[in-house]
Design a protein around this ligand. Sequence first.
Ligand SMILES: *[C@@H]1O[C@H](CO)[C@@H](O)[C@H](O)[C@H]1NC(C)=O
Ligand SMILES: *[C@@H]1O[C@H](CO)[C@@H](O)[C@H](O)[C@H]1NC(C)=O
Length: 469
Amino acid sequence: MAHWFHRNPLKASIVLSFDLGIQATTPLARKICNETRDARAALMQLLPDPGNEVTTIQNATEKYLSLLEGFIVAPQGSSQASSPPPQLEPTPEGEMSMEEGGAMNEPSGGFDGESKLRHAFRIKWSNTLISKLVEQNDLVFEKISILYNVALWYTKHAAKLAGSKQEVEEDEAKEVHRALRTAAGIFKHIEESLVPQLKEEGVAISDLDTRILSAYTLQCTAEAQEVTLARAIELEHSASLISALAHETARLFQKARDSLKSIEDPAVTKWSLYFNLKFAFYLSYAHCYNCKVLLNKEKCGEAIRSVKESDTFYEKCKIVCEEYAKAKGPGTIAKPEQHLFFRRFGPDVKRTLEKVERENSFIFYQKIPEEVPELELKATYGLASPQEYAPTGLNQNWTPQIYDGFHMSANSAPAQTQNDEDEFPGVNLFNNFLNFWGFSKDENVTPIKEKDIKPTDKDPKNNSGCVVS
Ligand SMILES: *[C@@H]1O[C@H](CO)[C@@H](O)[C@H](O)[C@H]1NC(C)=O
Ligand SMILES: *[C@@H]1O[C@H](CO)[C@@H](O)[C@H](O)[C@H]1NC(C)=O
């Protein structure tokens, strides 16, 4: 099976300098700021290329997030996160308390204390689909946005692998599957664990929106299941298993579509159409394989009804594919109806229909029921689930001494980035991809130029697997 996936663009951001000026009072404090800045820049540079190795991305992500963590959570043993700057006048115990990691200033010992640096910067990110920027003075928002991009990278990496060869080999299929489940797990973690930590009011429709986050999680899970389904077909598992798995997969795409339903923004239209076309496609698949199941039970009339239903959904899918190709908005530009995954399935449905009709007229003489034979929904194999995300711990360079080297002035405003425009040009983000001039007002946030995910459209096996023999 040739895979084809829709992908949304990566999120873009400003350059984050982690520069706290004189508030970083020691060389080590300034050093960790620079280290964090560099780790961020390094990761941001790797993400636009889906061809990078997973371990390269993992290492770069781990490095940046572990450094960033020290700006969000105060290191164990450091002065109380929210305490005022230490008094400079020496006290008799002054030296002692330094040796004990500032125990004097830390009556509650608070390891889970929030870092005094958490709100020190103004963070700006674009959204994957919606053409506006979100800004927050919160490094948890930074963590969410970076993880978002890492998850998107995994989906793009998966799409690249799945489209890179004529037939995806078993090892690659496993990697595609793993990458998609990893991405699903990250989106789920963002939605369930990180977004609730934000304190600022969210923007009505943005990447922080639960509906959008759920859609991403469901999409990745459904696509991982597509990969298992393709394997099941290749390995010629039973028609009933394949039908049930295709049905489950269709339902996941339906849920993803429904998750976006209440979002009234044309930017999500194309993405919804993708969900819709996959929903129709896998229902068509499920009914086609159910025809095989029924035929094996010599229920030829019902088999004919099933394959007719399969054909109906195939035709529906075709219409949605065409709408998708015409739809404007961010994300993959493609004509899915010309893609092999779609093209080679149609003839199989028609052939299957001819064959069962012929058999019925020669052997079974059964009546074709009005009602569509029910599909099963309990696949016993191949159901995918998000891979649980394991949060990154604090970088070992973050010692309490370094942390105590930051003296935040009581009412310091978050460090502003240069050219801090309040308004983002009201053009939609997609146009800005085509027209870089649209960004002249806010040069700090330019869309990320991503490397292509080139799908191949050749396949030696010219059938979808659903042929009645
Ligand atoms: C990633 O990190 C591990 C452990 O530190 C190291 O062994 C490996 O070589 C690194 N891989 C890449 C591609 O950087
Ligand atoms: C694949 O199948 C389609 C539809 O049956 C047919 O038109 C096409 O020529 C086939 N291609 C190859 C390479 O056999």
